[in-house]
Design a protein around this ligand. Structure first.
Ligand code: FAD
Ligand code: GLY
Length: 384
C-alpha cells in the first residue's frame, strides 16, 4: 500500500471527508484515515440543518463563514451526485423560528432587524400568517421569523458522498485506521503513525471532531475541543406534518422526504456518553408537542445521539500551526459542522495549495488564539 501522500487527513466525519474531496478535486494525492467507520459519529447524528441565519444572530466571523458555506450547497449537491451517485437531500423550503412568548417575539424582531442590516432576507409572520403556511402548528403560537434561505440536507449522506466522491477522484480512504501519533521532524510535520505503520505526507490535517485534543496536544496546542452530547428522535407520517423546518427554543423539527420528521436535540456538555435517555427524548417530545400537537399520532422510527465538537469560545479551529509547517487543524464546528463542511473543505484545499487566506475574518479561527478556558474546564454535566 502507498505510504507517501500530498496530504493526510485524520478523521472520517463530514469535515475530514469534505477536506479529502476538495483536496482530491484539486489534484492532490490524499489519504483519509478513520479509526472506525466513516460518518459514524457526530456527522451521523446531525439533523442536517443549514441554519446559518437561525442559529447565528450576531455579526462576526462565524456568521460570515456560515453564509458563505450555505451558498455552496446547490452546486455541491449536483457535483456530489454526479461523482458519488448519492443524493444529499438538499431541501430549501425555509425555516420558521417560532415565538410562543412575548419575550421570544421581541427577540425575533431584533433578530430580523439584524439579518436585514446584514443584507439577508428575514421576515415576521403573525400567528395567523404562520398557521396559514403550516397548518399543523399549534394555535397559541404568537408568530415566527421566516428565513427562506435556511434549508437542510441528509447529514450522513452528505458525509458519505464527500468520501465517495473523494475516492472517485483518486483519494485513498481507509477505515479502522486510528492515528496514534504525529511524526514531527525539524519544525515540520512529515506523517502519522497507525499501529506499526508510518504514513508520510508533508501536510497533515487534524479533523477528528471531539477527539482532536490528543493530536493537537502532541503539537503543543493546548486549547481543548470538548463534547456536547445531543439526542434526537425521528417519526414517520403518511403526509408530511410540516414543509419548513420548525425551530423553537427547546427543540427543532426537520422534515425529510418520505414523511420522516427529525426532532432534536438535547445538550449535555462534557459527556462522552452516547446513550439515549428516556428523560432526554421525553423532553424533546413535550417541546415538539407544544409546536406541532399532531406529532403524537406519528409512528415512532428511532432515537440516537452524537457528540458535537465544541471549543471554549464557540468558534472552530481552522488553520495552520504557527511553528509546525504543514500541520493544520479543522475541528470544533460544534452545532454547525454540516453547514460549515463545504467552506472548511475549500479552505483546507487553499491552505494545502499555499494560497494566503483570502479574508481577514478567518483570523478569528486561528489555532493559537487566546481563550477564556472556564467553559472548557467546567466538568459539570448539564441535566437534561
Ligand atoms: P465527527 O463527525 O465526530 O467526525 C470525527 C471523526 O474522527 C470520527 O469519525 C472519529 O471516529 C474520527 N477520529 C477521531 N480520532 C481519530 C484518530 N485518532 N484517528 C482516526 N480517526 C479519528 N450541524 C449542522 O450543521 N446542522 C445540524 O442540524 C446539526 N445537528 C446536530 C444534531 C446533533 C444531535 C449533533 C450531535 C450534532 C449536530 N450538528 C449539526 C453538528 C455536526 O454534527 C458536527 O458539527 C459535525 O458532524 C462535526 O463533524 P466532524 O467531522 O468534525 O466530527
Ligand atoms: N444544530 C443543531 C444541533 O446541534 O442540535
Amino acid at each position: 500500500m502507498t505510504k507517501m501522500f500530498d496530504a493526510i487527513i485524520v478523521g472520517g466525519g463530514v469535515i475530514g471527508s469534505s477536506i479529502a474531496y476538495h483536496m482530491a478535486a484539486r489534484g492532490m494525492k490524499v489519504v483519509l484515515l478513520e479509526r472506525d467507520r466513516l460518518a459514524g459519529q457526530a456527522s451521523n447524528a446531525a439533523a442536517g440543518m443549514l441554519a446559518a441565519q437561525a442559529e447565528i444572530n450576531e455579526a462576526g466571523p462565524l456568521f460570515e463563514l456560515a453564509l458563505r458555506s450555505r451558498a455552496l450547497f446547490p452546486s455541491l449537491a449536483a457535483q456530489l451526485r454526479e461523482l458519488s451517485g448519492i443524493d444529499i437531500g438538499l431541501e430549501r423550503k425555509g425555516l420558521l423560528r417560532i415565538a410562543t412568548t412575548v419575550a421570544q417575539m421581541n427577540e425575533l424582531q431584533h433578530a430580523i432587524e439584524f439579518q436585514r442590516k446584514a443584507g439577508q432576507q428575514a421576515s415576521w409572520l403573525t400567528g395567523r400568517e404562520v398557521r396559514k403556511l403550516e397548518r399543523a402548528l399549534a394555535p397559541d403560537i404568537l408568530g415566527a421569523m421566516l428565513v427562506e434561505e435556511d434549508g437542510h440536507v441528509l447529514a450522513p449522506e452528505l458525509s458519505l458522498a464527500f468520501a465517495k466522491a473523494a475516492a472517485a477522484l483518486g483519494a485513498d480512504i481507509r477505515e479502522y485506521a486510528e492515528v496514534q501519533s504525529l511524526v514531527l521532524e525539524q519544525g515540520s510535520v512529515c506523517g502519522v503513525r497507525i499501529r506499526d505503520t508510518t504514513l508520510y505526507g508533508s501536510r497533515v490535517v487534524i479533523a477528528s471532531g471531539t477527539w482532536s485534543g490528543p493530536l493537537m496536544e502532541q503539537a503543543g496546542l493546548s486549547s481543548p475541543v470538548f463534547p456536547v452530547q445531543g439526542e434526537c428522535f425521528s417519526v414517520l407520517t403518511h403526509a408530511p406534518l410540516v414543509q419548513a423546518t420548525i425551530f423553537g427554543d427547546d427543540c427543532y423539527l426537520v422534515p425529510k422526504k418520505g414523511g420522516r420528521l427529525i426532532v432534536g436535540a438535547t445538550m449535555r456538555e462534557h459527556s462522552y456518553d452516547r446513550k439515549v435517555t428516556l428523560g432526554g427524548i421525553g423532553k424533546l417530545l413535550e417541546a415538539a408537542k407544544l409546536l406541532v400537537p399532531d406529532i403524537v399520532h406519528a409512528e415512532w422510527e428511532k432515537a440516537w445521539s452524537g457528540l458535537r465538537p465544541q471549543t471554549a469560545d464557540g468558534l472552530p479551529f481552522l488553520g495552520e500551526h504557527k511553528e509546525l509547517r504543514g500541520l493544520y487543524v479543522a475541528a470544533g464546528h460544534y452545532r454547525n459542522g454540516i453547514l460549515l463542511s463545504p467552506i472548511t473543505g475549500q479552505l483546507a484545499a487553499d491552505w494545502a495549495e499555499g494560497k494566503a487566506a483570502e479574508a481577514d475574518y478567518l483570523d478569528a479561527f486561528r489555532l493559537d488564539r487566546q481563550m477564556d478556558m472556564k467553559g472548557a474546564m467546567n466538568q459539570d454535566e448539564f441535566a437534561h
